[in-house]
Design a protein around this ligand. Structure first.
Ligand code: SPD
Length: 346
């Protein structure tokens, strides 16, 4: 309900701005994943800076990139994963960051910077780190439950399962199941992953990257592929939901904050970046979204409950079972081709 109210307020602010009521305040246009920021913090920032933050949402890196490439204008800040930062930088979409305008950049935990893929934070600052796993209703699966991506091949759950509408995540799960790297460029391995995904697709209600959370909470779906924090959020609403990382391994993503070259509110955008990197703010954000903000100043503020959740805190044993999705340059097209074939398959 809280999340819906926030969405309504955001829409009302946008309407107010468009109709001229908000002309006396500056606006910041943020394009982010859904359920990925603590709305109380947004309100705090608006009050501190006498501004309005207007949010828009996407459900995959590729959707966001396609929209920007198609000419969507007006956004100031975006939150892409590491591999997508590389792609956007190559496309000349990103502002080179002035670190002097982000003093809280000193809080970034150097232990995790490699996951962002932008080692010098030239274009991006790390925001949150996630892994991808299986969310499931404990009373619907065999116990003890051994988490495996192969569950999507189990016809007993046909129509009750979803996988992410996110090509690198869905193909990545199939590749890991076959024992391959989720960054492979080997055409034989990719063809095998495609065939496996086409088999799984027969049992899926759909490929979906946003509404699957509500579907799991309402028990329309029993088993979903999803992002760690998003699935931890669903546990607040249905205590039968559990989260597990498949034994075959999975992806790790560091999502980052980038400023678009076309941003018209760069000072405010820097202020928001810096705000989100404040230790107390980052901790309050983590407690809401259930992802790891790699921020050394945040750790002392975290609750013991959050610190006990290894998949959120990315303990070494979790990281050992994860692989970072890389930008594959021209090889990215191979994944798009495979994905088109999976989508077209019956
Ligand atoms: N609700 C936001 C979830 C974003 C998690 N990271 C996405 C990584 C995609 N590979």
């Amino acid at each position: 309900m809280k999340r819906i109210c926030f969405f309504m307020c955001t829409v009302m602010c946008a309407v107010a701005v468009c109709t001229g009521c908000g002309n006396d305040v500056q606006e910041l246009y943020v394009y982010n994943w859904s359920d990925y920021i603590n709305e109380d913090l947004v309100v705090q920032f608006e009050e501190e800076h006498n501004c309005r933050v207007v949010m828009d949402y996407y459900d995959s890196n590729e959707t966001m990139f396609a929209k920007l490439k198609a000419g969507a204008a007006g956004y100031d800040l975006v939150f892409p994963s590491g591999y997508m930062v590389q792609i956007m930088a190559r496309e000349n979409l990103l502002e080179t960051l002035d670190h002097e305008k982000i003093p809280n950049i000193k809080n970034i935990d150097s232990a995790y910077v490699a996951f962002s893929l932008d080692l010098q934070s030239k274009y991006s600052v790390p925001y949150m780190i996630s892994n991808t796993g299986i969310g499931y209703l404990a009373d619907k699966v065999d116990q003890p439950f051994t988490p495996s991506w192969r569950i999507f091949g189990d016809a007993r759950f046909a129509g009750r399962m979803t996988m992410l509408n996110d090509m690198r995540e869905a193909i990545g799960a199939a590749l890991k199941t076959l024992g391959y790297s989720l960054n492979t460029l080997n055409p034989v391995e990719l063809a095998q992953a495609r065939d496996l995904l086409v088999q799984w697709k027969k049992n899926l209600a759909k490929f979906e990257a946003d509404q699957y959370k509500n579907g799991l909470v309402s028990e329309e779906f029993f088993i979903v592929q999803g992002y760690s924090g998003d699935l931890y959020q669903t546990m607040e609403e249905n205590s039968d939901i559990e989260y597990a990382i498949p034994v075959e391994g999975t992806s790790l993503a560091c999502d980052n904050i980038v400023m678009l070259k076309s941003s018209e509110h760069k000072d405010l955008a820097y202020a928001f970046m810096n705000f989100l990197l404040d230790g107390e703010v980052a901790a309050a954000n983590m407690e809401y979204v259930y992802y790891l903000a790699p921020n050394t100043a945040a750790y002392p503020f975290l609750s013991d409950d959050l610190k006990a959740e290894e998949p959120i805190l990315m303990s070494p044993s979790i990281i050992a079972n994860c692989e970072v999705i890389q930008d594959l340059g021209e090889g990215n097209a191979l994944y798009s081709e495979i994905w088109d074939q999976v989508k077209a398959a019956r």
